[in-house]
Design a protein around this ligand. Structure first.
Ligand SMILES: Cc1ncc(COP(=O)(O)O)c(C=O)c1O
Length: 393
């Protein structure tokens, strides 16, 4: 008799996809449409809810390969991929809210999410209350009888503030509201919001899930009944992921656990280096004991992630000069890929966010945000130390 298989580690299960026709990696299905055997089957496919073998805007086998992996990682019943993180977020928010509904969100979200909640939602008759995510009482206090949805994102970008997922989910559910968490920055290796009571999780799969800065994608995960309305609206809004990007996504996911473990360790080492350097005024990383919410982060995260930020005196000019001096950190937006990236948020977002939003996000003029890649940590540390020493000289 064969033994019951042991529960495997995530690194292993990510590499054990069901083989298709003996092939060790799944094929790409570029087809935009699928043939029925006869007219009766065509009618059935056209009318069956959420049919995935009809037309690629409805679903595609290559989408399903990626969706199955992300759903399992998040501990969710199901997942649906989109053409970008913003397609996933906007379709989800609009599917879950009707005119007259109230939404609670954080003061700080990804700029595209903020724009959706500040500009588009009010035009659809949805009003939104924003609260400080680090102030759990303010966030839960904003939830009322009309609240349909609470939108969370933790850690925040670029200040790495933490939201108490369990406390906010409990308050939301007590008021009959759903909780949607953008889990992009943590990745499901470091944080699984559904285990803390959230109803739905979204990702910009462009970041850690894809992991190589070579695709743009989004994904929403949750129970099949919750995803139904989102699936229906996605057919109208049409943010369909290309089959090629879906294939790249499933490929990138195979190494997610290994990449994130290394990025966690490198980010921690760089955060500690920065904290000890005289040119640095402050470091923001939830893995540091000095982070004001370190205990909360440790309670709900298995790792603290690959993103950190730090402040220099000397404002935007000093931040920009340091970023330009670095050799191993590309001056580029985004995060979660194999290459280390750096941005001075105040300089970068000056044209995108108004001054108030920048201040609310805590982006001091001398702030720099690092997204750690997979280069050797000693090389990254040496590059950073040399640039900081030059700045201090
Ligand atoms: C936290 C977070 N959510 C959502 C998005 C939007 O994702 P995309 O660029 O894939 O549309 C981003 C992009 O930077 C992000 O950082």
């Amino acid at each position: 008799m064969s033994e019951t298989p042991r529960e495997r580690h995530v690194e292993t299960s990510l590499l054990r996809p069901a083989a298709v026709d003996g092939a060790i990696t799944p094929p790409i299905h570029p087809a935009s449409t699928f043939a029925a055997r006869d007219a009766a089957e065509l009618r059935e496919l056209a009318t069956r809810p959420r049919e995935r073998r009809f037309y690629t805007r409805y679903g595609n086998p290559t989408h399903e390969h990626a969706e199955a992996i992300v759903a399992e990682l998040e501990g969710a019943g199901t997942a649906r991929v989109f053409s970008s993180g913003m397609a996933a977020i906007s379709t989800t928010v609009l599917a879950l809210c009707a005119p007259g509904d109230h939404v609670v969100a954080q003061n700080v979200h990804y700029a595209g999410t903020l724009s959706l909640l500040q500009k588009l939602a009010p035009r659809m008759g949805i009003d939104v209350t924003f609260a400080d995510q680090a102030d759990t009482a303010a966030l839960t206090g904003a939830i009322g009888a009309r609240t349909a949805l609470v939108v969370l994102e933790t850690p925040s970008n670029p200040m790495l503030a933490i939201t108490d997922l369990r406390a906010v989910s409990e308050a939301a559910h007590a008021a009959g509201a759903r909780v949607l968490v953008d889990n992009t920055l943590a990745s499901p290796i470091n944080q699984r919001p559904l285990a803390f009571g959230a109803d739905l999780v979204v990702h910009s799969a462009t970041k850690y899930l894809g992991g190589h800065s070579d695709l743009t994608a989004g994904v929403v995960c949750g129970p099949p009944d919750e995803l139904g309305e989102i699936w229906d609206l996605s057919l109208t809004l049409g943010g369909v992921l290309s089959a090629f990007d879906a294939w790249l996504l499933q490929r990138g996911l195979r190494t997610l656990a290994v990449r994130v473990a290394r990025q966690n360790a490198t980010a921690q080492a760089l955060a500690e280096l920065l904290e000890g350097h005289p040119a640095v005024r402050a470091v923001h990383y939830p893995g540091l004991r000095s982070h004001p919410q370190h205990a909360l982060a440790a309670a709900q995260m298995d790792g603290f992630g690959g993103l950190l930020s730090f402040e220099l005196g000397g404002g935007v000019a000093a931040a920009s000069a340091l970023a330009e001096r670095l050799e191993l950190f590309d001056l580029a937006p985004s995060l979660g890929g194999v290459h280390s990236l750096i941005v001075p948020p105040a300089a970068m977002l000056a044209g995108v966010l108004d001054e108030q939003a920048l201040e609310a996000g805590g982006a001091a003029p001398g702030l720099l945000r690092i997204a750690v890649g997979l280069e050797h940590p000693d090389d990254l540390a040496a590059d950073l130390r040399a640039a900081l020493d030059a700045a201090a000289a």
